[in-house]
Write a protein that binds this ligand. Structure first.
Ligand code: G
Ligand code: G
Ligand code: MN
Ligand code: NA
Length: 259
């Protein structure tokens, strides 16, 4: 498969990057953290779609090596941001595939954080239901260890899976990320669809807060969506309205201009 070839060459030639998208407080629009998003930047073909890369990497078993590479880069980027803004205030959210939860992960992460002087409290592990649905004792042990180490756990794409609510009870989830489809349906479709979307988000927000979780809305593209989500009590958000995902150089320039 040609994508497999790109992955192997990409690992060898260092084409994998962690792009960053800011996550902001919906009250004031200030940046609270960044989500790292994997990009494979082929020198001739340009950016490869991450969804496809990840799917194939999971099948062929290269996802572990890619994940390590992206994690390393993302933590370096957070250190660079801290150096620029002189604070330790922002967090870094990293996406993890089910296959990445090996017993060596906590130790690997700890070593990286030590190397770059980043505290574990600034790291958010983003997982989807797929990770929890495995019902694998090793995965649960690793998640618990990461949580005890100080990292937070975010449940990504919330509301699109099967039985998300019970996971809030059974796992150490700290952050609920409401899927972008909810944000989209706030401002499209009939008045009835929009009203029901508001009720759904409000319900998710209420349950999440009662379980002690922070709520993040994804895919915010308009001011109207921002204001609605703020009124619905959603804590934080991300989306093209605030910033597209971008390479670290662009992010540092943006942060410098803002300060
Ligand atoms: O970055 P968007 O640009 O297209 O990402 C597409 C999908 O890939 C999303 O579902 C996102 O969660 C996932 N993704 C992005 N980066 C990573 C990564 O580093 N690791 C894993 N496992 N998934 C990622
Ligand atoms: O599955 P996960 O939530 O990790 O994936 C995030 C995906 O959403 C990435 O592909 C990212 O590029 C994309 N994304 C981020 N903000 C927006 C947005 O405002 N609109 C749309 N359509 N996609 C977004
Ligand atoms: Mn995510
Ligand atoms: Na999501």
């Amino acid at each position: 498969h040609e994508i497999e070839q790109y992955i192997e060459t990409g690992l060898r030639e260092d084409w994998f990057e962690a792009w960053l998208q800011p996550i902001v407080g919906l009250g004031d629009g200030q940046i609270v953290g960044f989500e790292a998003l994997m990009r494979l930047d082929h020198p001739e073909k340009g950016l490869m779609p991450p969804g496809k890369i990840i799917g194939i990497a999971e099948e062929t078993g290269t996802i572990g090596r890619i994940g390590d590479r992206v994690l390393d880069k993302a933590i370096r980027h957070l250190a660079a941001i801290s150096k620029l803004d002189g604070t330790q205030n922002t967090y870094l959210a990293v996406n993890f595939s089910p296959l990445q939860f090996e017993l060596t992960l906590p130790h690997k992460l700890a070593a990286l954080l030590l190397k770059h002087h980043i505290s574990p409290q600034r790291i958010v592990i983003e997982i989807t239901e797929a990770v929890l649905m495995l019902d694998n004792p090793e995965v649960h042990a690793v998640l618990k260890q990461l949580n005890e180490f100080g990292c937070r756990i975010a449940l990504d794409d919330f509301g699109t899976g099967y039985s998300s609510l019970s996971y809030l009870n059974r796992f150490p989830v700290d952050i609920v990320k409401v899927d972008q489809s909810f944000t989209r349906s706030l401002s499209s479709g009939t008045a009835d669809v929009r009203r029901k979307s508001r009720m759904l988000i409000k319900g998710i927000r209420t349950i999440s807060h009662q379980m002690g979780c922070t709520v993040v809305a994804e895919g915010i593209e308009t001011k109207e969506q921002w204001q609605l989500l703020r009124k619905l009590g959603v804590d934080n958000g991300q989306g093209y309205l605030f910033s597209r995902p971008m390479p670290i150089d662009g992010m540092l320039a943006l942060l410098e201009n803002e300060s």
